[in-house]
Write a protein of this length. Structure first.
Length: 421
């Protein structure tokens, strides 16, 4: 684990840590190359098996699937954006049952989606540890998933992203498998879409990759379909109201949610002292109720922030489920966050937000909403994130985030909250 400085960023690692990282990365590249070669052999036989077989185009006029499987094995924000694909598939094939295969940690965010028939959870990342090969429980889970997928008899499996999703698309037994061919292993997709995520020179937003898959599957896509939509369960809304009442929230005060953490790199986080300064101002000058969101693992980071504060925010980190988090963000007047999963949830439930970006490019993964304001310092090295590892600063300064001051963010808050009644 990295040691963090007073701003919450990793300090410069020592030579021993650098050497360890180099050896781990080299071993990983060798292993991935071996796996790619083996999977390519499997893909060759899959390709041979479909030779001479003509299949109808994937259009509502020529293709009538009874069951469709959408596979997205990524973090919460990616899954939320992928729900645009689910909505378009349901529009194109209204009589089809659509299932979602997602990570157990992300899947609950889609629990209330009316277009989904079943949500199946599985975490293929357990196989990254060699010890999994001798754990009977892991094999039982894999066999159970295989049997469950085959029992559904899918007509179409859509691999939204990644090699693992391509493998599971094959194991599902679906007669048609759609995805970006260059992202999966050769021969794994029966219907390959040109391109791949984050290809060099391809400056495309994550939502647009989902729309490209939907269009290839036969859906008609419009500009309005770029904005994700998330259904919030009525029960979750009631539970959030009860939780806020227990925290003695003032009923007439505006509710501002702050998400201080982020997955996949500390450099996506705004500095710890900046958060403390901003939230004190929100409570004192904006007379807002400030609610901190996050998981249980975020509690130590939040405590570092609240220890620096003079006012008392409501800390709900680790106290809400994903459906309740969606309900809380829908209830909020405003969300302030870095590049995070809650940022995309807020977009999907129609909540105004301020998104603070540094190493990541908002044109590729930022909020797709007219109610979102993106703040960036735009220094020469930003954005630098290449999606090949955690979003950490190569110079160990994270200056791109430090340049965005609490005063700048508070000014945008005042502008956005000026219409609040």
């Amino acid at each position: 684990m990295y040691r963090l400085d007073d701003h919450g960023y990793p300090v410069r690692p020592g030579s021993q840590h650098k050497l360890r990282n180099l050896s781990v990365h080299a071993s990983k590249r060798i292993l991935l190359t071996v796996i790619y070669c083996l999977m390519s052999v499997v893909g060759f036989f899959l390709w041979l098996s479909k030779q001479g077989k003509k299949q109808p185009p994937l259009t509502p006029a020529t293709f009538a699937p009874q069951r469709i499987l959408v596979i997205r094995l990524d973090l919460i924000g990616d899954l939320v954006m992928s729900l645009t694909l689910v909505r378009l598939l349901k529009r194109a094939y209204p009589d089809a049952e659509i299932d979602l295969l997602a990570l157990p940690s992300s899947a609950p965010i889609a629990a209330a989606d009316p277009d989904l028939t079943h949500i199946i959870t599985y975490n293929p990342n357990v196989w990254r540890r060699p010890s999994a090969l001798i754990q009977t429980e892991r094999w039982r889970e894999a066999v159970a998933l295989y049997r469950h997928l085959h029992a559904r008899r899918y007509d179409l499996a859509v691999n939204v992203f990644g090699g693992w999703a391509g493998v599971l698309a094959v194991l599902s037994g679906a007669s048609r498998r759609l995805g970006f061919g260059r992202e999966s292993y050769p021969g794994f997709m029966t219907d390959s879409v040109a391109g791949q995520h984050w290809a060099a020179g391809d400056h495309k937003h994550e939502v647009d990759y989902c729309l490209a898959l939907a269009q290839a599957a036969g859906a008609t896509v419009s500009a309005e379909d770029r904005t994700p939509h998330l259904t919030v369960a009525a029960q979750a809304l009631q539970e959030i109201e009860q939780l806020l009442c227990q925290e003695d929230m003032q009923p007439d005060a505006p509710l501002i949610a702050c998400h201080v953490s982020s997955n996949n790199g500390q450099s996506k986080r705004w500095p710890i002292p900046y958060w403390a300064t901003l939230m004190d101002r929100l409570i004192r000058k904006q007379h807002a109720t400030v609610v901190l969101t996050g998981a249980v693992d975020d509690v130590p980071l939040i405590e570092h922030i609240t220890e620096r504060m003079h006012e008392r925010p409501i800390n709900l980190a680790g106290k809400t489920s994903l459906p309740q988090l969606a309900a809380l963000l829908q209830r909020a007047s405003l969300l302030i966050t870095g590049d995070s999963g809650p940022m995309h949830i807020a977009v999907a439930v129609g909540t105004p937000l301020i998104a603070i970006h540094g190493p990541t490019d908002p044109a590729l993964s930022g909020p797709v909403s007219s109610q979102a304001t993106v703040l960036r310092s735009d220094i020469w090295c930003s954005p630098c994130y290449q999606a090949k590892g955690p979003a950490d600063c190569r110079f160990h300064t994270t200056q791109c985030m430090k340049d965005i001051t609490p005063a700048q963010v508070f000014a945008v808050v005042q502008e956005k909250m000026s219409t609040y009644v």
